[in-house]
Ligand binder design. Structure first.
Ligand SMILES: *[C@@H]1O[C@H](CO)[C@@H](O)[C@H](O)[C@H]1NC(C)=O
Ligand SMILES: *[C@@H]1O[C@H](CO)[C@@H](O)[C@H](O)[C@H]1NC(C)=O
Ligand SMILES: *[C@@H]1O[C@H](CO)[C@@H](O)[C@H](O)[C@H]1NC(C)=O
Ligand SMILES: *[C@@H]1O[C@H](CO)[C@@H](O)[C@H](O)[C@H]1NC(C)=O
Ligand SMILES: *[C@@H]1O[C@H](CO)[C@@H](O)[C@H](O)[C@H]1NC(C)=O
Ligand SMILES: *[C@@H]1O[C@H](CO)[C@@H](O)[C@H](O)[C@H]1NC(C)=O
Ligand SMILES: *[C@@H]1O[C@H](CO)[C@@H](O)[C@H](O)[C@H]1NC(C)=O
Ligand SMILES: *[C@@H]1O[C@H](CO)[C@@H](O)[C@H](O)[C@H]1NC(C)=O
Length: 488
C-alpha cells in the first residue's frame, strides 16, 4: 500500500514538474548562445573574434554565475544552445556526433544539472535546443564514416545522399542533406521506426537527466511532420519548433504537430515595419493571419515564440542604430500575444550582421545593467509578469488593433494598451489623441515606460505626448498596485 501511494505520489510529482504549453505561456525567454554568454573564469576581456568561427569559452558554469543578470531583466526562462557532443569547433552546437554525451567545451554533465537546479531555485525554466534532423561531419558527404557516430552508427539510419537545392520541394527539403564540403550534415531517416524509437528514448532520457522544462527544436522543416507528435510526447515537455519561413500558411500549420513554433512570419513583419519603416498595415495583415479563424492559421497564437533577433540573422541594429525603432520593436515583442524571446545582446544594442556576425561575446559589454535597453526590457517584462499574475486572462487575450495609420499603431491586449510608431528618433514632439482605448473616464493612466501620467477623458481616451518616436505602454494606475513600477 505504502509502495503504491509512494509511486502515485512520485508520478504526480513528475507530472507537476513537467512544464506544458500552459505553464510556458506566461514565461519570457532569454536566448543564451552558450559559447558567447559567460566564461567560467568570469573574464570579461577575453577576446572573441566572431569571424574565426571557433570556441570563445562560454560555459554552463558561466551562465549559472550570471543568472541574476538575466533574472533582473524580468526573464523567467532561458533557452541554451544544443548540449550534445560535437565535431571540433562547432561552437554553436548544431553539428553533433554523440547524443548521449555532453559537449565538454560547455562543461560536464554535473555542471549542466547544476545550471538546471540553479534556474529552478530562482523559479526559472530551462529550454534546451535539440537537433533531431542531422548529425555533423567535418568533410564531404562521400567521406562520412557512419561507424564513428554514437547511437546512429549505420548508413541505414540516414537518407541516402542528395543535396537540398530546391527549398520549395518539400520532399527534397525533408530527405536531402544540408551542408557542404567543409561540414556535411548526415540527414537522419526520422521516418524509419527504428530511428524514431531511438530518438524518442533519447529525448525522454535527456529531459529526465537534466530536468529540462522545454525544447527548442532545430531545422523542423527538414524533418517529416509525423515524427514530432511522438517525439514531443516522449519528451513530456513544451516543444517549440524552428520553421524558418516567413510564409504564414507554411509555418503556422506546423503548430498541429507540436505546441509552438518560432513566429518567423511575425519576425519578418516586425523587420519590415519597425526596421524598414514600411506601412503599419503590414503588421495588421500579419496579426490577422495568425488566428484559428483563418485557413492554415495558428492553433494558438498565445504560445508562439515572438522574437526579432536570433543567432541566425543580422541583428536589428546592424543597419540602423536608431534607438527608438529598437524600443518600439521590443515593446511590440514583449507585449504581443506569444511568448517573448529576446536574444542575448539585444539589451546592449549589439549590432552584429549576418551569422556569424550576430554571435558577439556578451561579456565584452561588461554586462552593463545601465544600458537603456536593459532597463526598458526590465520594465516591459515587469509589467507583463505583473499583469499576467494579477489577471491570468491577459495571457489568452488576443491582441486587438484599435487603430492605425501608416506610422502609428494602437493596440490592446487586455489591461495593457500600446502605442507604437516607426517614426524613429527623428519623430517630433506632438500630442496624439488615442482612439478606442476604453479607459474609465477620469481614471489615471500610466505609461510604464516613462512613468508619465494621464487622465482619461470622458470618452475614455488620453492625449499622450509623442516624443522622438518612443513607444508607450499604457496601464490604468489602479492595475499597477504592487508592481513596483512607477512608484506603485
Ligand atoms: C582575460 O583573458 C585575457 C586573454 O587571455 C588575459 O590577457 C587577461 O589577463 C585575462 N583577465 C583576467 C582578469 O583573468
Ligand atoms: C522546385 O520544386 C517545386 C515544387 O516541388 C517545383 O514546382 C519547382 O519546379 C522546382 N523548381 C526547380 C528549379 O526545380
Ligand atoms: C522533388 O524532389 C524529389 C526528391 O528529390 C523528386 O523525386 C521530385 O521529382 C521533386 N519534385 C518536383 C516537382 O520537382
Ligand atoms: C570552406 O571553408 C573555407 C575556409 O574557411 C572557406 O573559404 C570556404 O568558402 C568554405 N566553403 C564553403 C562551400 O562554404
Ligand atoms: C541519463 O543518465 C543515465 C544514468 O546515468 C544514463 O545511462 C543515460 O545515458 C543518460 N542519458 C542521456 C541522454 O544523457
Ligand atoms: C500561401 O500563401 C501564398 C500567398 O501569401 C500563396 O501564394 C500560396 O499559394 C499559399 N500556399 C499554400 C500552400 O496555400
Ligand atoms: C498605409 O496602408 C493603408 C492601408 O492599406 C493605406 O490606406 C494607406 O494609404 C497607406 N499609407 C501610406 C503612406 O502608404
Ligand atoms: C488629472 O485630474 C486631477 C483631478 O481632476 C488633477 O488634479 C490633475 O492635475 C490631472 N492631471 C493631469 C495630468 O491632467
Amino acid at each position: 500500500m505504502l509502495w503504491v501511494l509512494l509511486s502515485v505520489f512520485t508520478s504526480l510529482a513528475r507530472e507537476c514538474l513537467a512544464a506544458s504549453a500552459a505553464d510556458w505561456r506566461s514565461r519570457s525567454i532569454y536566448q543564451v548562445f552558450t559559447d558567447r554568454f559567460a566564461r567560467s573564469d568570469g573574464n570579461t576581456s577575453y577576446p572573441c573574434d566572431v569571424n574565426n568561427n571557433i570556441y570563445c569559452g562560454g560555459t554552463w558554469k558561466g551562465i549559472e554565475n550570471k543568472l541574476d543578470y538575466i533574472k533582473n531583466m524580468g526573464f523567467t526562462a532561458i533557452w541554451i544552445s544544443p548540449v550534445t557532443a560535437q565535431v571540433t569547433e562547432a561552437y554553436h552546437g548544431y553539428y553533433q556526433t554523440d547524443l548521449y554525451s555532453v559537449n565538454s567545451q560547455f562543461g560536464t554533465a554535473e555542471e549542466l544539472k547544476s545550471l538546471a537546479s540553479a534556474l529552478h531555485s530562482k523559479g526559472m525554466y530551462l529550454m534546451v535546443d535539440v537537433v533531431p534532423n542531422h548529425m555533423g561531419w567535418p568533410g564531404c558527404h562521400d567521406t562520412v564514416d557512419f561507424g564513428r557516430f554514437k547511437l546512429f552508427n549505420k548508413a541505414e539510419h540516414y537518407h541516402s545522399f542528395c543535396e537540398v537545392k530546391n527549398m520549395t520541394n518539400q520532399t527534397e527539403v525533408e530527405a536531402c542533406w544540408l551542408g557542404n564540403c567543409n561540414i556535411t550534415m548526415p540527414d537522419l531517416k526520422t521516418e524509419s521506426q527504428e530511428v524514431a524509437n531511438e530518438m524518442n528514448a533519447w529525448i525522454k532520457s535527456l529531459v529526465a537527466n537534466y530536468s529540462i522544462d522545454g525544447l527548442r527544436i532545430d531545422s523542423v522543416k527538414n524533418v517529416n511532420k509525423d515524427f514530432f507528435p511522438p517525439f514531443c510526447s516522449s519528451a513530456g515537455v513544451f516543444c517549440m519548433g524552428e520553421v524558418s519561413e516567413g510564409m504564414a500558411n507554411y509555418t503556422y500549420p506546423y503548430q498541429r504537430y507540436m505546441d509552438s513554433v518560432l513566429d518567423y512570419p511575425l519576425y519578418y513583419a516586425i523587420d519590415r515595419v519597425f526596421h524598414r519603416q514600411s506601412n503599419m498595415s503590414d503588421l495588421v495583415v500579419n496579426l490577422a493571419s495568425c488566428t484559428q479563424d483563418v485557413e492554415d492559421g495558428c492553433q494558438d497564437s498565445t504560445v508562439l515564440g515572438t522574437f526579432f533577433e536570433n543567432h541566425d540573422n543580422p541583428r536589428f541594429p546592424a543597419t540602423t542604430m536608431d534607438l527608438s525603432l529598437a524600443q518600439n520593436a521590443l515593446a511590440f515583442t514583449v507585449l504581443s500575444d506569444g511568448i517573448p524571446i529576446l536574444y542575448q545582446g539585444q539589451e546592449q544594442h549589439f549590432s552584429g550582421g549576418d551569422d556569424p556576425g550576430c554571435r558577439e561575446a556578451l561579456w565584452l559589454s561588461q554586462y552593463n545593467t545601465d544600458s537603456p535597453l536593459y532597463k526598458q526590457i526590465a520594465y516591459l517584462n515587469q509589467i507583463r509578469n505583473h499583469i499576467s499574475s494579477q489577471h491570468p486572462s491577459y495571457l489568452t487575450y488576443q491582441t486587438r488593433v484599435l487603430s492605425y495609420t501608416a506610422d502609428v499603431i494602437q493596440l490592446r491586449k487586455d489591461a495593457i494598451r500600446t502605442i507604437l510608431t516607426n517614426q524613429g528618433e527623428q519623430g517630433g514632439t506632438y500630442t496624439l489623441t488615442t482612439q478606442g482605448m476604453e479607459f474609465t473616464a477620469g481614471e489615471t493612466v500610466v505609461d510604464v515606460l516613462t512613468c508619465a501620467k494621464y487622465n482619461a477623458t470622458e470618452g475614455g481616451e488620453v492625449d499622450i505626448k509623442m516624443d522622438g518616436g518612443k513607444p508607450s505602454a499604457l496601464v490604468p494606475g489602479s492595475q499597477l498596485t504592487g508592481s513596483q513600477l512607477c512608484q506603485y
